[in-house]
Design a protein around this ligand. Structure first.
Ligand SMILES: [Zn+2]
Ligand SMILES: [Zn+2]
Length: 311
């Protein structure tokens, strides 16, 4: 019997948890959340982006597609997603359950607050975050974590429509062309072009967005954090038992990005779960004093959990 996407995700998670026993709990908990988010992508109301125009020059200069869209168009989707994501988050992290229930009520009852929250997630407005956190009596970090968990599936659901607005294939910036987030994973892979006789053995570098799940091509051997191009100032390391999984860390800005080398692999990778499967490398990189380019929720959640309790 063919398996559904969710069953495939569950077996992929079981494999990861077995492979990385010390990180089993993190993998199981966040895996559940990632599965729920992926499931939601096809079930949310779509935003009305009819009439949105994207300035090609500004887009190719690095302005993500969402910056051309009124944040209000995601209101219905954000509410629907929060209703489905936050209860699961509360079950996985019981210490957060009460605060998340309160946020859910506020999202339902207070349209002005919802507008602030949309400005936070869609356009990254810091002032709106402080204001919205103050009004809900929670810490800004906790609110941001909660909002992002619900926003991810909303923007992923609208990704095809947004991508149709601009020449996204020409995008060569380190951050996501759709939602502007920093990547959580780089993947080296082959994209055989039928017009080319020779396929580059070293492959192309593709970034993955942890928020909207988009993947786009980026330039190899440039630090996505600060633009450093000096090869000798980019450190690459991996663990002896998994040479295809490594970390690129920059000696200038001390940020790192995990990387999967699939050039000689025919493995079917679930990119929704791939960064979580490299959590053991995050631990090594952070123990060496590097910071993640995109702090994963499994790193941030510990902090958020304490702050939610304290507020
Ligand atoms: Zn994105
Ligand atoms: Zn750097």
């Amino acid at each position: 019997m063919p398996s559904t996407g969710i069953q495939t995700k569950e077996s992929a998670l079981n494999l990861l948890a077995k492979r990385h026993e010390p990180f089993q709990e993190i993998i199981n908990r966040f895996g559940l959340l990632l599965c729920r988010q992926a499931e939601l992508r096809t079930e949310l109301p779509l935003a009305n982006i009819h009439g949105v125009t994207v300035d090609e020059g500004r887009f190719l200069g690095g302005e993500a597609l969402v910056s051309f869209v009124d944040s209000e168009v995601f209101a219905a989707a954000l509410k629907a997603a929060a209703l489905r994501v936050w209860p699961v988050t509360g079950v996985i992290f019981p210490a957060l359950a009460e605060s998340l229930t309160d946020l859910g009520r506020k999202l339902d009852a207070d349209p002005a607050w919802t507008s602030l929250c949309l400005k936070v997630v869609v356009h990254g407005e810091g002032e709106a975050l402080d204001l919205a956190a103050g009004q809900a009596a929670v810490s800004p970090d906790f609110l941001l974590m909660a909002l992002r968990a619900a926003y991810g599936p909303c923007i992923a659901a609208n990704r095809p429509a947004l991508l149709a607005l601009a020449p996204a294939k020409l995008w060569r910036n380190p951050h996501c062309p759709v939602c502007g987030s920093d990547p959580d994973l780089a993947v080296l892979e082959n994209h055989p072009d039928p017009s080319e006789f020779l396929i580059s053995k070293s492959g192309e570098l593709w970034h993955h967005c942890p928020v909207c799940a988009h993947r786009w091509r980026f330039v190899r051997m440039i630090c996505p954090g600060c633009g450093n191009q000096e090869h000798e100032r980019i450190t690459r390391f991996s663990l002896p038992d998994s040479p295809r999984e490594h970390i690129y860390a920059c000696e200038d800005c001390h940020q790192y990005l995990p990387c999967l080398d699939l050039v000689e692999s025919s493995e079917n990778v679930d990119f929704d779960l791939a960064a979580l499967g490299l959590v053991h490398l995050d631990a090594v990189a952070q123990s060496r004093g590097y910071f993640p380019l995109s702090p994963a929720p499994w790193t941030a959640m510990g902090i958020a959990q304490k702050q939610a309790k304290a507020s």
